[in-house]
Design a protein around this ligand. Sequence first.
Ligand SMILES: NC(=O)c1ccc[n+]([C@@H]2O[C@H](COP(=O)([O-])OP(=O)(O)OC[C@H]3O[C@@H](n4cnc5c(N)ncnc54)[C@H](OP(=O)(O)O)[C@@H]3O)[C@@H](O)[C@H]2O)c1
Length: 340
Amino acid sequence: MRQIWITKAGTPEVLQVREAPDPEPKSGEVRIRVEASGVNFADILGRLGIYPDLPPIPVVPGYEISGRVDSVGAGVDASRVGRDVFALTRFGGYADVVCVPVGQVFDRPAGLSALEAAAIPVNYFTAWQLCVVMGSLKRGETVLVHSVGGGVGIAATQIAKHIGATVIGTASAVKHAEMRALGVDHLIDYRTEDFEARTREITNGRGVELILDAIGGDSWKKGYRILAPTGRLGAFGISAAASGKERSMFGMLGLLAGTPWLQFNPLSLMNANKGVFGVNLGHMWSEVERLRGWADQLLDLWRQGAIKPKIARTFPFDEAAQAHHFIQDRKNIGKVLLVP
Ligand SMILES: NC(=O)c1ccc[n+]([C@@H]2O[C@H](COP(=O)([O-])OP(=O)(O)OC[C@H]3O[C@@H](n4cnc5c(N)ncnc54)[C@H](OP(=O)(O)O)[C@@H]3O)[C@@H](O)[C@H]2O)c1
């Protein structure tokens, strides 16, 4: 098999393809011939050496794949061989052959392409947990989605529009026209405009009922201030820590200095009628049965045409470094995938 390794912490060029013998599925696992592997921002933080969940480098990153089952381990029904599937992987997804516990594997319905399927698990489960499970977004409410042009941002926009909410999105200006066409009601270029002031303006001073913020640091502080009464802030990432293509103490310190360590205490939350919650899909491994329920609901929405993964671009395994550059250069509108 071919795998993409993070050989050491550093620029995208530290990603290297290496060959190894095909793995054999263990008891309770299936082996999948991979057609596409999802690239996530967490992989970039891992490559920078600032992602605490990543096993020690050198390591093969990767949280999700799609492909076809070609072998099963002990205790797994042999009828699974030949099925088209997609799966969550606990690292190791940047590979053309992957063994995965059956609980993390989902049948791919006819009509859903292998590329689209690889774009579902991380982005859509995260967006579902943020908007529906913990964010309780309702028809008529307004949600502010940061990095709205990214994989999670587009998934969240589709879910929010299906619910009947108004979406305010932040994104680099070059993405605004396309994001408007994808259903975002109001766009803010947060790199040249103050998103706090613009959100107040757009909502006539009222603020928003839900914020999805994976920027972190100061952004959480500002977001908390523009929550309307009963508003919820969902914290789910620290993109701000990736201030460059190599690890930067400056970026980490800026993030830590901006983080509102003291603002969200029980008394202030109570008196402001606001909520703050966190989401980390990578810490949901004990809840895989619930994720399966979310997958059923998401695939129903896909069948209805309410959600549709948007692929920004695919890169061959040999160009994995280019895939990371593409995201860090803020060029992606939608999901970036690696194809063997
Ligand atoms: N907690 C979880 O379970 C979970 C799951 C999935 C993702 N996440 C987090 O959600 C965020 C989005 O993830 P994603 O995989 O969907 O990636 P993504 O949105 O495709 O990320 C790329 C986009 O993020 C924006 N961005 C903001 N700060 C950036 C920075 N410092 N460097 C480069 N780009 C930056 C850029 O768009 P603009 O310039 O247009 O804003 C860029 O195009 C990440 O922070 C990720 O870690 C968390």
